[in-house]
Design a protein around this ligand. Structure first.
Ligand code: NAP
Length: 248
């Protein structure tokens, strides 16, 4: 069953990893996909072709989610190219890990800008369209680290916890217009972001997860399909942990 037939989605940061997985699964469920990337032009062009071959409308846009004006411009272009905007997935994110003692101001600011301010930028940009439509589903990609904290990731944890507060506020502000805002908190998902980690450490993590494996981008994408689709029509302001039981 195709759960997103006829819906238009914007996914930020989809040239690789979780975002790419969401774009692919959304397309398989019949959604038209507008996606962004920061610098991976070649990967984005390939994904655009791959998605189009699934018979839906797809387009990649180079757009820095951390930049307010670029987000405005992006949404203007997507609205022109696609028409309505039903789903926004704020997925773009980075890490710049270090213990606080060694964390530079620049690395703190950059992570907050890309991970948290981007959510403000994109939500502001789609707001008018979704208000006019009187419908919309916004999905923000947080992390279990935003729920629990993590040594060596104070900047990242702060950005991801901030996304939860922002999303709950949006659920309250926009609910009367049938715009839903939910958060996904992935646990350990095996992508380039986590590929940088030491294999021994990773093996230990896998073992500590009740489901005994790291997650895949598809695991996260399937949760996004649910939150983007009408199956979740009465769900807003929630944080859905997709973590194999990690935080249980
Ligand atoms: P990833 O493999 O590093 O991919 C990050 C994506 O974001 C890339 O497509 C990248 O584009 C894009 N991006 C980075 N900065 C951007 C910017 N300023 N503007 C627009 N796009 C930007 O990361 P991932 O593992 O898929 O993670 C995706 C999201 O899930 C992030 O928000 C991350 O914090 C969250 N998450 C991941 C895990 C995990 O275990 N992997 C766990 C919890 C939460 P380019 O290719 O052009 O650089």
């Amino acid at each position: 069953m195709k759960l997103l037939e006829g819906k238009n989605a914007i996914i930020t940061g989809a040239s690789r990893g979780i975002g790419k997985g969401i774009a692919e699964v959304f397309a398989k469920h019949g959604a038209n996909v507008a996606f962004t990337y920061n610098s991976s032009v070649e990967a984005a062009n390939e994904l655009e072709k791959e998605l189009q071959e699934l018979g839906i409308k797809a387009k990649g846009y180079k757009s820095n989610a951390a930049n307010f004006e670029e987000a405005q411009e992006l949404v203007k272009n997507v609205a022109e190219d696609f028409g309505k905007i039903d789903i926004l997935v704020n997925n773009a994110g980075i890490t710049k890990d270090n213990l606080l003692m060694r964390m530079s101001e620049e690395d703190f600011d950059r992570v907050i800008e890309v991970n948290l301010k981007s959510v403000f930028n994109m939500t502001k940009a789609v707001q008018r369209t979704m208000l006019k439509q009187r419908s919309g589903s916004i999905i923000n990609m947080s992390s279990v680290v935003g729920v629990k904290g993590n040594a060596g990731q104070a900047n990242y944890a702060a950005s991801k916890a901030g996304m939860i507060g922002f999303s709950k506020s949006m659920a309250l502000e926009l609910g009367s217009r049938n715009i839903r805002t939910n958060v996904i908190a992935p646990g350990f998902i095996e992508t380039e972001m986590t590929g940088k980690l030491d294999e021994k450490v990773v093996a230990g993590w896998r073992d500590a997860i009740p489901l005994k494996r790291g997650g895949t981008p598809e695991d996260i994408a399937n949760a996004c399909v649910f939150l983007g689709s009408d199956l979740s029509a009465y769900i807003t302001g929630q944080v859905l942990q997709v973590d194999g039981g990690m935080l249980t």
